[in-house]
Design a protein around this ligand. Sequence first.
Ligand code: NAD
Length: 327
Amino acid sequence: MNEKKSILITGGAGFIGSNLCEYFLSKNYRVVCLDNLATGHLYNIEPFFSNNNFTFIEGDIRDLETCNKAVEKIDYVLHQAALGSVPRSLKDPITSNDVNVSGFLNMLVASRDAGVKRFVYAASSSTYGDSESLPKVEEIIGKPLSPYAITKYVNELYADIFSKAYGLETIGLRYFNVFGRKQDPNGAYAAVIPKFVMQLMNYESPVINGDGNYSRDFTYIDNVIQMNELAMLTENPEAINTVYNTAFGDRTTLNQMVSLLKEYLSEFDKKIGDVEVVHGPNRAGDIPHSLASIDKAKKLLNYNPQFSFGNGLKEAVRWYWENLKNN
Ligand SMILES: NC(=O)c1ccc[n+]([C@@H]2O[C@H](COP(=O)([O-])OP(=O)(O)OC[C@H]3O[C@@H](n4cnc5c(N)ncnc54)[C@H](O)[C@@H]3O)[C@@H](O)[C@H]2O)c1
């Protein structure tokens, strides 16, 4: 009889990690979540506590012993734990580096020593840095524009060396502006979509940095879950020990994004359609446009994203309305 497979999801109490926990529990895997709750929340994982297949370890990836304990009897690692946000890394580069680089290295060492089958990790579109070419293809990157971007690029370099030197199977997923249910709308470093949804629900004007013509390849969480599953399970030898853009492959301007948000939220409360948008100065370190080529993931992993930006946004808006309207 096949043994149940075990997955360690670091950062499993965060936005992407808790969605991965939920998905893989629904697929009947054993799931271990390692998180120090720095930016994640217990309420994201509390619904899983009654599931016998779920284990939560409250701990820090900066501690190698904790990592060693977490990878015991683990088949696959989905490494999501990191301190996100470009502005946060500009304010405190040392902590971002400790968590995102030293913590990452600890997880690689622990995974290697435990003999895990594969190490799939959250990389980032910020690795494209100042490269102006569009769409972004995996081989062409520029210079990093922030400490955060450096940490995410260093992750790729370390993963590559661990594949070559120790035979650890690794796959990096360069996420592009992920959004969806459970993304935290609060705090100084909140992502733009949940922040704007909460403001609009409270009739507050969202502030767009710049004229709103900057564009992003906003990627719905379910497409990201699909990429993690494909990366974890692929048996194509050409598909491993490399990195993939993880996106929908289309771009939307900030102005278009806010118009759609207002339109979808107006279906719940007509008054939201009248909230005015405000424009502020451009933010340092922001690139004008971001758009992924997803050809490599389609070809090597059979990636087939199911949610366009608009369809995903509709789902996300409904989730925020039903879960956080009165917060
Ligand atoms: N959300 C995006 O658009 C996006 C884009 C590119 C890359 N990423 C990457 O995806 C991953 C998940 O991001 P997210 O959006 O879910 O962010 P998040 O902040 O919701 O999740 C990160 C999780 O890591 C945990 N964590 C932080 N430091 C830790 C430590 N020292 N030890 C253990 N756990 C720790 C946090 O508590 C949190 O639960 C991160 O690696 C991030 O850099 C996200």
